[in-house]
Design a protein around this ligand. Structure first.
Ligand SMILES: NC(=O)c1ccc[n+]([C@@H]2O[C@H](COP(=O)([O-])OP(=O)(O)OC[C@H]3O[C@@H](n4cnc5c(N)ncnc54)[C@H](O)[C@@H]3O)[C@@H](O)[C@H]2O)c1
Ligand SMILES: [Zn+2]
Ligand SMILES: [Zn+2]
Length: 379
């Protein structure tokens, strides 16, 4: 099959090459990928900001159609439309039995570039190929645990559905699960990419009444206003911390770093009110360390929390997110701003590096609406 392969960490170019994929094993399914979004976490691996074991197939934000069931896979059927999750939970580890599925010790997102058993199911001319951030979905097909493929209603087009797999579950989940935003709360979101705009939407859905967004890119600030921001700031001109205190009098209830920077985590702590929460959503470069004045943090009862994929549990949260879209409460259309064939994967990475649009999604089958797939999606 054709797949987007990163040959070497830090190499700016990705090649589209032929890769072998094993058959689905026990409890696994094979999925034809229709669309895969480009996330900044892919770009960070390409640019060497985050480590990658190479050669690796990128892509962890995808939707497609089930084409084959492995032995013992009973929950899905051939033809089902599915969104893939990079952090399918095992259901039986220390964290899963406590309901903390996003911290599952056996999820592919934790194992990173391999499946939990250490295999990758991918090879090229006899050599092992790795799985990017768990899914390796910039490819014509994936083989995943059945629990990593969540069936969705067919009225949601797959080019919109795919971004639920990372950006939307991460951002909406950060607001609902990590921060637990409540009606009437005030929120600061730093960074208005796919993740930050999803935080904005999660905060709006939760009933936040003041949602301040900072981003240096004007078009992204405009998009933020369209999906729920009440105020926008250009951080290259205005001081975001004093703006939060000026607007609220006490500081915001919740601040989100949706960029990935120690300086912005520190800004979030300064921008929140006493007892407020700063959520680390962005994935900072590996050498970033934030400084906390411990006694001040103690007196002010501030909370700092990290979140992996928004603390979502895909089987519970993906159908909920689809239902929010069906009810007009979640705007996916505003976030998918470009569609490119898989062969333009490098240009798609360039869209993100230069802040062009919001999310570029790759048409893996290179057809107008994914219609080259065996089962035509219903639009
Ligand atoms: N926690 C998780 O599980 C998780 C999941 C997915 C992505 N991420 C991370 O989230 C971050 C955002 O991802 P994305 O795909 O939305 O990226 P993106 O590049 O689309 O968006 C980042 C935005 O931040 C803006 N920005 C840059 N510097 C800024 C500053 N100083 N102040 C305010 N805004 C600034 C950029 O203009 C851009 O609009 C990345 O670090 C990514 O790796 C984390
Ligand atoms: Zn991602
Ligand atoms: Zn588990």
């Amino acid at each position: 099959m054709r797949a987007a392969v990163l040959e070497q960490a830090g190499a700016p170019m990705i090649v589209v090459d032929d890769v072998e994929l094993d058959d689905p094993g026990r409890g696994e399914v094979r999925v034809d990928i229709a669309w895969c979004g480009v996330c900044h976490s892919d770009v960070s691996q390409v640019d060497g900001v985050h480590p990658a074991i190479t050669p690796t197939v990128l892509g962890h934000e995808a939707a497609g159609i089930v084409v084959e069931l492995g032995p013992g896979a009973t929950q899905l059927a051939v033809g089902d439309h599915v969104i893939l999750s990079p952090n399918a939970a095992c259901g039986h580890c220390y964290w899963c039995v406590r309901g903390e599925h996003s911290s599952c010790a056996n999820s592919a997102a934790i194992a990173m570039s391999m499946l939990p058993d250490g295999s990758t199911r991918l090879s090229r001319r006899g050599e092992v190929v790795y799985r990017g951030l768990g899914l390796a979905a910039m490819a014509e097909q994936v083989v995943v645990a059945e629990s990593a493929a969540i069936r969705i209603d067919r009225d949601l087009p797959l080019d919109l559905a795919c971004i639920i797999g990372c950006a939307v579950q991460t951002g909406v989940g950060a607001a609902l699960h990590a921060a637990k935003v409540r009606p009437g709360d005030s929120v600061l979101v730093m960074g208005a990419g796919g993740i930050g705009l999803s935080v904005v939407q999660g905060a709006r859905i939760a009933g936040a009444t003041r949602i301040l967004v900072s981003d240096p890119v004007e078009a992204r600030r405009t998009t933020a206003l369209g999906v729920g921001a009440t105020d926008v700031v250009d951080p290259s001109i205005d001081d975001i911390v004093s703006e939060c205190h000026r607007l609220t009098g006490v500081g915001v209830d919740h601040a989100f770093d949706a960029v990935g920077s120690a300086a912005l985590v520190e800004a979030g702590i300064a921008a929140t009110r006493h007892g407020g929460t700063t959520v680390m959503v962005g994935a900072a470069p590996v050498d970033h360390e934030a400084r906390i004045h411990v006694v001040t943090a103690m007196f002010t009862e501030k909370r700092i929390v990290g979140t992996l994929l928004g603390g979502c549990h895909a089987p519970r949260d993906f159908p909920r997110l689809v239902a929010l879209w069906q009810r007009g409460m979640l705007d996916l259309e505003a976030m998918v701003t470009a569609r490119r064939p898989l062969s333009e994967v490098n240009e798609a990475m360039g869209d993100m590096r230069s802040g062009r649009g919001v999310r570029t999604v790759l048409d893996i089958r290179n057809s107008p609406n994914g219609l080259s797939l065996g089962v035509p999606p219903i639009h």
